[in-house]
Design a protein around this ligand. Structure first.
Ligand SMILES: C[S@@+](CC[C@H](N)C(=O)[O-])C[C@H]1O[C@@H](n2cnc3c(N)ncnc32)[C@H](O)[C@@H]1O
Length: 238
């Protein structure tokens, strides 16, 4: 599945914000508020929704002093339509609401993602959608999650593409990204850069591993002078 990063792909979010002058960041699932805090330094306005009462109060106490974050208590299924009804311009959505154990909301109502996407689809603006934890949708989530409470990747893809203008969709760094077609080249370039770095690193690592294996075999059948042996047989430790 490649890299799993914590939080949004920051460089890409920054570039989209800059290029398309996006001023709002909307998050479903506030949790401890770290993403909202990060976004508050970049965006004019951040709105974040949390349905667990204890988490909402705890996070509001921690970050409530930040003026450009609006902390909403409630279910994203009800709060997102309200937000979208007077959004005023395209926004970046970070969809991350789901049950994740502990004090989090959602046991028995584990994942509101499809309703969230359908709400965003009704917007008259070309919004930018980032969905965290792609691995939980690409195949069934681990126990104790209930498989039937989670949309699978085809349901998500159908919902994301059912808008009139279509969207460009990729999955990278454990995030499903769906952007208006006019933003395709920025997202595609970002992904290619990440994948090229991964490929190059993987290439050198595999080359080293292969060479180390050959050296191990050589060691068994050839007696090398000490200096050469040191160089060859320590390859896998370099
Ligand atoms: C994975 S955490 C979010 C992490 C956070 N977005 C971040 O980047 O740090 C998921 C959060 O979603 C909340 N949640 C789950 N279902 C929800 C719903 N239907 N409406 C609002 N919040 C919900 C949970 O209580 C939990 O705090």
């Amino acid at each position: 599945m490649g890299i799993v990063r914590m939080g949004p792909p920051t460089e890409l979010v920054c570039e989209l914000r800059r290029t398309f002058r996006i001023t709002k960041f909307i998050e479903s699932g506030t949790f401890l508020g770290d993403t909202a805090y990060w976004a508050s330094k970049l965006f004019e306005k951040v709105v974040t929704i949390e349905r667990s009462d204890s988490i909402y109060r705890q996070t509001k106490q921690k970050y409530g002093y930040i003026n450009n974050i609006e902390f909403l208590y409630g279910d994203t299924k009800h709060k997102l339509p309200e937000i979208l009804s007077n959004i005023g311009a395209p926004a970046i959505f970070w969809l991350d609401a789901h049950w994740c154990g502990g004090q989090s909301y959602g046991k028995g109502d584990e994942c509101p993602l499809i309703q969230e996407i359908e709400t965003i689809n009704k917007s008259s603006y070309d919004n930018f959608i980032f969905i965290d934890d792609a691995r939980l949708f690409m195949s069934p989530p681990p126990r104790p999650h209930l498989i039937d409470q989670w949309p699978d990747i085809s349901m998500i893809s159908n919902s994301l593409t059912s808008v009139h203008n279509g969207r460009y969709i990729v999955i990278i760094e454990d995030v499903i990204i769906a952007v208006p077609i006019f933003a395709k080249s920025i997202v595609a370039q970002y992904c290619q850069q990440i994948n090229t770095k991964l490929w190059e690193n993987c290439d050198t690592t595999n080359f080293r591993k292969g060479l180390a294996l050959i050296c191990q075999d050589l060691k068994k059948c050839v007696r090398f002078p000490k200096k050469i042996a040191n160089n060859l047989f320590n390859l896998d430790r370099k």
